[in-house]
Design a protein around this ligand. Structure first.
Ligand code: ARG
Length: 451
């Protein structure tokens, strides 16, 4: 039995465990069976393997799938183990399954087959996160909050404007994952070790049977290419970085009392009874480490690999599978935390004007009245200095106008207009440029997000 000979050839050596990917290959067990089936069907259709043998092999593959990955015989990897299991059931004829292919095109096909499913699952989660962000934003177009630059109070904005900013970023993350998907979904099968095959294989047919969009033509490229992993990990690392910023903000906002996380997304302390900690969001923030680490690990593995196949590649795809799991979970948790958190409108409103955050709006008002913006900026800065960290009164602003312009402020603007500019809600409402925080502008922008 040729199967026995094959297994003896690979049976020993102190490095056997080191060489074997069988345990990690559980991830691609079902993918390998699908790839085997498509290949065997194509071999039969092309008259390369007779129908009876193909039927027996397909029957054996069903049997192997029913028994599960754990029941496979020992092997260097899942491809070899499944082949051995088929030969155990069918006899030596089962070895015809591996006609006109190599484990090199086989494994590349399996990784792509499995990863495209994982990427679509991850994308479902990014879409759910976008929906959560839009839903909560829609409820909070009027909820004024402090906006920050350099983590210092900058200008008042709204919770809706803030959340939509992340929805827009997650929309681009989603598009990047789908771009990666397009290039994952190409078939290397039929390229064999790298150098093609003398058998009359139909590569378009196996691609079609496996649901791939197209065939990777050059057989050396097809079996060696792993740039689809780099692209996927890059998209995942970018998304994880987006998530880390969102998580960091919400952790800070929870610390300030702006937002309450639901108990479902909080943890307690084993010693401090009063604690309610944002652990879930800290783990979301930390997931960027997994994804960026995975991208770095992958690129380091791929760098400088000669054409065509090298066993280093066995250590490449695990980075992508680990990262897609971690990032998809983090996305799911972020969506749940956002959907269930409570924004404290009163606390947010009372702090929205802190640190003279309406200063820019006052300068804008003076500039609209004809005072050069740079002069207006200096006047408001002077008033801010006089207010000693507090918010200047209307009288202080008028006094500065006398100093700088030699004229009363009321020659330029009305008292009502200045009072409105100093009010955070009015300040927000005035900034109604496209994409700005005014409730009307955010509502219009959210319409485009939902479409
Ligand atoms: N298990 C291998 C991998 O994951 C595939 C087998 C190719 N092995 C070989 N020696 N050509 O890359």
């Amino acid at each position: 039995d040729t199967g026995v000979v094959r297994r003896e050839r690979f049976s020993g050596g102190p490095a056997r465990g080191f060489l074997s990917s069988l345990a990690a290959d559980e991830r691609i067990f079902h993918a390998d069976l699908a790839v085997d089936r498509a290949h065997v069907v194509m071999l039969a259709e092309q008259g390369i393997v007779d129908d009876d043998t193909a039927g027996e092999i397909l029957q054996a593959l069903d049997d192997v799938e029913d028994a599960g990955h754990g029941a496979l015989p020992d092997g260097e990897d899942v491809h070899e183990a499944i082949e051995s299991a088929v030969i155990d059931r069918v006899g030596a004829e089962g070895g015809k399954m591996h006609t006109a292919r190599s484990r090199n095109d086989e494994v590349a096909t399996c990784i792509r087959y499995r990863l495209r499913e994982d990427v679509l699952d991850a994308v479902e989660n990014t879409i759910a996160l976008r929906e959560a962000l839009v839903d909560v934003a829609t409820e909070h177009t009027e909820t004024v909050m402090p906006g920050y630059t350099h983590l210092q109070p900058a200008q008042p904005t709204t919770v809706a404007h803030y959340l939509r900013s992340y929805e827009a970023a997650v929309a681009r993350d989603t598009a990047r994952l789908l771009d990666a998907y397009d290039r994952i979904n190409q078939s290397p099968l039929g390229s064999a070790a790298f150098a093609g095959t003398p058998f009359d294989v139909d590569r378009e047919r196996t691609a079609e049977l496996l649901g791939f969009d197209s065939v990777l033509s050059n057989s050396m490229d097809a079996s060696a290419a792993r740039d689809f992993l780099a692209e996927t990990l890059s998209a995942l690392a970018t998304h994880a970085t987006t998530l880390s910023g969102l998580a960091e903000d919400v952790i800070i906002f929870a610390n300030k009392g702006y937002v309450d996380l639901s108990d479902d997304y909080s943890s307690t302390s084993s010693i401090m009874p009063q604690k309610k900690n944002p652990d879930t969001l800290e783990l979301v923030r930390g997931t960027a480490g997994d994804a960026v680490g995975g991208l770095t690990g992958l690129l380091t593995t791929l760098k400088g690999l000669p054409r065509a196949y090298n066993r280093d590649l066995q250590r490449a795809h695990g980075h992508a599978f680990d990262a897609v799991d971690a990032v998809a979970d983090a996305t799911d948790v972020a969506a749940g935390a956002v959907a269930t958190a409570t924004w404290n409108a009163e606390v947010l409103a009372s702090e929205a004007a802190d640190g003279f955050s309406t200063a820019t709006g006052v300068a804008d008002l003076l500039a609209m009245a004809g005072i050069p913006f740079r002069t207006a900026h200096e006047m408001v800065a002077e008033a801010a200095a006089k207010a000693n960290g507090g918010n200047p009164s209307v009288a202080t602003l008028d006094a500065v106008a006398e100093e700088v312009l030699g004229a009363s402020l009321w020659e330029y603007v009305t008292r009502d207009a200045v009072e409105a500019a100093l009010d955070p809600a009015e300040s927000v409402a005035s900034r109604d440029s496209q994409g700005g925080p005014a409730p009307t502008a955010v509502a219009a922008d959210l319409e485009t997000a939902a479409s």
